[in-house]
Design a protein around this ligand. Structure first.
Ligand code: HEC
Ligand code: HEC
Ligand code: HEC
Ligand code: HEC
Ligand code: HEC
Ligand code: HEC
Ligand code: HEC
Ligand code: HEC
Length: 432
């Protein structure tokens, strides 16, 4: 859709009001929306009244249409998607579209595990769907959601500037990122807020540091200069191309890519999942692509630190990624050998007789009564502890990097070695 500048949009809105009261929304209808909704949903009306939108005359029907006028026809109210916001805020819309956030819904649905989980955790906006609502949905995707009886979750802009205040200042607060960037596999909130960068921000927020003291927020590092395009060098899975020069690291990364189902464990050839990785930009696939993001980040650090300081700190993160990959590959190989020797059986859903991390905690497919604990320990080592090791380094958090990350990886490896030994002993006994 062609996007119009805000000014033209405003003219259209007010123009429609002034000359064509029959289309768009008539002043009287608008009073009705607010009048009735002051009773039906009083909180929404209060929020909207405090917004810049109310000040600019952008009322309920600009976003929701004016077909619905009573409780009987509430289904006629339009649930506005991002393109409605984009009609007036085209820069933010286009920047958002070019960034990683735009892939949230699609990457969720690309995971095999998603389709084994309850709908209420997806379309209902709890669990995975509560965070992965980030991303513009196609008409087809929206239809699929409506078919489950849910007509909400059509908009991602309201994930940082919540409705109906739609405030810029709310989105500038690092707490706007907290709901999603926390917890099990991506505790950036916990890491940032308990490290020096976050501590400084809170001290400043409480007036213990002067207004102009520096304290980098999530936004300053990841959405610099107000951009809505977000992307990092390593990304979430911490794998990339080309393979590193170091032979051991290259072999370890190949092992991890097999456990992610991206390389065929027998032939080493790419599988269908590599296409998904490419399409959803889940990893940087060229040296330049990776380096460009890294260079941008070093420039950001250099707003406060010396350039060489920032660079050295980030390289320490890369080094921990390499060390974490060594432990991870060892563990994957131990579990893979159990499949190879027939001690663990390939679940029906798996493509290969090989561990598949993309099944998350259901690492043994659908057969809930037959979960293999060793596979779950392997999953936890990858998704919880490897993540903490390198994310903790990049977010300058000593405890996450060491105790919650690296130390736990070494513990997982020990447990996997022990469990593999027990499984082999039990298997031998069964055969005798
Ligand atoms: C006579 C009262 C009345 C008027 C006038 C009215 N609404 Fe509503 N509206 C309701 C009621 C009642 C509901 C349903 C609330 C519920 O589900 O609990 C509703 C629901 C909605 C919903 C949510 C729909 C959903 O599926 O959850 C939106 C959005 C909405 N109204 C917007 C508007 C807009 C915009 C206007 C003016 C064009 C308007 N309303 C006029 C009474 C009214
Ligand atoms: C700038 C656009 C915009 C304006 C103006 C706006 N809304 Fe909304 N509204 C939204 C968005 C976005 C959603 C969420 C849609 C979704 O979840 O699919 C929403 C959802 C709703 C809902 C359903 C969800 C809920 O929390 O109950 C109601 C009811 C509603 N709006 C009422 C109103 C009323 C009443 C007004 C005027 C006072 C208004 N809206 C003005 C954008 C707007
Ligand atoms: C009809 C045009 C129009 C539509 C549709 C619209 N806006 Fe706005 N919005 C404006 C105007 C005008 C302003 C005030 C000038 C500005 O900041 O660009 C504004 C301001 C804002 C601001 C800044 C508020 C502040 O605190 O300074 C945000 C954030 C915002 N809109 C988000 C949204 C979102 C999200 C949607 C969709 C749900 C939306 N807008 C839909 C016209 C629109
Ligand atoms: C608490 C919010 C939250 C929940 C719940 C959640 N995710 Fe995520 N997910 C995120 C965030 C945030 C990221 C990006 C993390 C990062 O880059 O460090 C992410 C990343 C991902 C990625 C990687 C995307 C990429 O391109 O790198 C996949 C795949 C994924 N999640 C799938 C799921 C599935 C499947 C579920 C449910 C079983 C789930 N997520 C539950 C917030 C969540
Ligand atoms: C990941 C969080 C996030 C999401 C999602 C998001 N925004 Fe923003 N938005 C921000 C931040 C942060 C700012 C403040 C930027 C700054 O400091 O200048 C902002 C500012 C804005 C402004 C005010 C611009 C100005 O300088 O006056 C508008 C308008 C806006 N966003 C619209 C949108 C629209 C439209 C969408 C959906 C396509 C959207 N935003 C989605 C974080 C977000
Ligand atoms: C509603 C949940 C939600 C909120 C709020 C949110 N994010 Fe995200 N974020 C996600 C998801 C989901 C992904 C992964 C998207 C994908 O699948 O590609 C993500 C990805 C990212 C990435 C990309 C990491 C990579 O792979 O390179 C960055 C950076 C990021 N978010 C920063 C932020 C910042 C900064 C804020 C706050 C201003 C924020 N996010 C708010 C859900 C959220
Ligand atoms: C001082 C700058 C800085 C701040 C502040 C910051 N980050 Fe990061 N973030 C980084 C760096 C550096 C990386 C790793 C970039 C790379 O891959 O080279 C990163 C990576 C990420 C990633 C990708 C996965 C990962 O963790 O490596 C996400 C998502 C993310 N940050 C979200 C956040 C959120 C949310 C906040 C606030 C709670 C935040 N960041 C605060 C610098 C920062
Ligand atoms: C907006 C300013 C700002 C930006 C941008 C920034 N920092 Fe910082 N950083 C600080 C401040 C202030 C401190 C606390 C100073 C101190 O420890 O005395 C700090 C502390 C640190 C520390 C801990 C130092 C120590 O002695 O414990 C590291 C490591 C660090 N930053 C790395 C980075 C990296 C890497 C980046 C870029 C990804 C970055 N910073 C971006 C302001 C910033």
């Amino acid at each position: 859709m062609k996007r119009l500048p805000v000014v033209i949009c405003m003219c259209l809105v007010f123009g429609a009001l002034a000359f064509f009261p029959g289309i768009g929304m008539a002043a009287e209808e608008e009073i009705n929306c607010v009048k009735c909704h002051r009773r039906v949903t009083p909180g929404h009306v209060t929020d909207w009244e405090t917004s810049t939108h109310a000040e600019m005359g952008i009322d309920c029907s600009v976003c929701h249409g004016s077909e619905h006028q009573s409780a009987k026809n509430k289904h006629l109210a339009v649930m506005p998607d991002e393109s409605v916001c984009g009609d007036c805020h085209y820069d933010q819309f286009e920047q958002f579209q070019a960034g990683k956030h735009n892939h949230g819904w699609k990457s969720l649905n690309a995971m095999p595990v998603t389709h084994l989980e309850p709908d209420a955790l997806m379309e209902g906006g709890r669990g995975c769907g509560g965070c992965h609502n980030m991303g513009i949905k196609t008409e087809k995707e929206k239809e699929a959601i409506r078919a489950t009886g849910n007509r909400y979750q059509n908009n991602s802009c309201d994930e940082c500037h919540t409705r109906h205040t739609f405030a810029k200042s709310e989105a500038q607060d690092p707490r706007a990122c907290q709901q999603c960037h926390m917890g099990y596999d991506h505790p950036q909130w916990e890491m940032w807020s308990s490290a020096k960068h976050g501590t400084r921000w809170f001290a400043k927020d409480q007036g213990r540091l002067p207004e102009n003291a520096t304290a980098p927020t999530c936004q300053e590092c990841h959405l610099p200069e107000g951009t809505h395009t977000n992307r990092t060098a390593w990304g979430f899975f911490g794998v990339r191309l080309p393979m590193p020069d170091d032979k051991q690291w290259a072999s370890d990364r190949a092992t991890i890519l097999k456990a992610l189902g991206v390389l065929n464990p027998k032939t080493g050839e790419p599988t269908k999942r590599l296409e998904v990785i490419k399409e959803l930009d889940m990893a940087r696939l060229t040296e330049k692509d990776w380096q460009d993001e890294r260079t941008k980040m070093i420039k950001t650090c250099a707003k406060c630190h010396s350039k060489s300081y920032g660079k050295t700190q980030l390289e320490a993160g890369d080094e921990m990624m390499q060390k974490a990959d060594r432990l991870m590959a060892k563990a994957i190989n131990i579990v893979a050998a159990l499949y190879e020797d027939g001690i663990l059986k390939k679940p029906a859903e798996y493509e290969f007789a090989y561990p598949d991390i993309m099944y998350f905690m259901r690492t043994n497919g659908k057969s809930m009564d037959n979960l293999s604990h060793i596979d779950q320990v392997l999953f936890q080592m990858f998704m919880k502890h490897r993540m903490r090791t390198y994310q903790g380094c990049f977010h300058v958090n000593p405890d996450y990097a060491y105790w919650y990350g690296w130390a736990m990886m070494t513990k997982d490896l020990g447990e996997i070695e022990e469990l593999a030994h027990l499984l082999r002993e039990a298997h031998k006994e069964k055969k005798e």
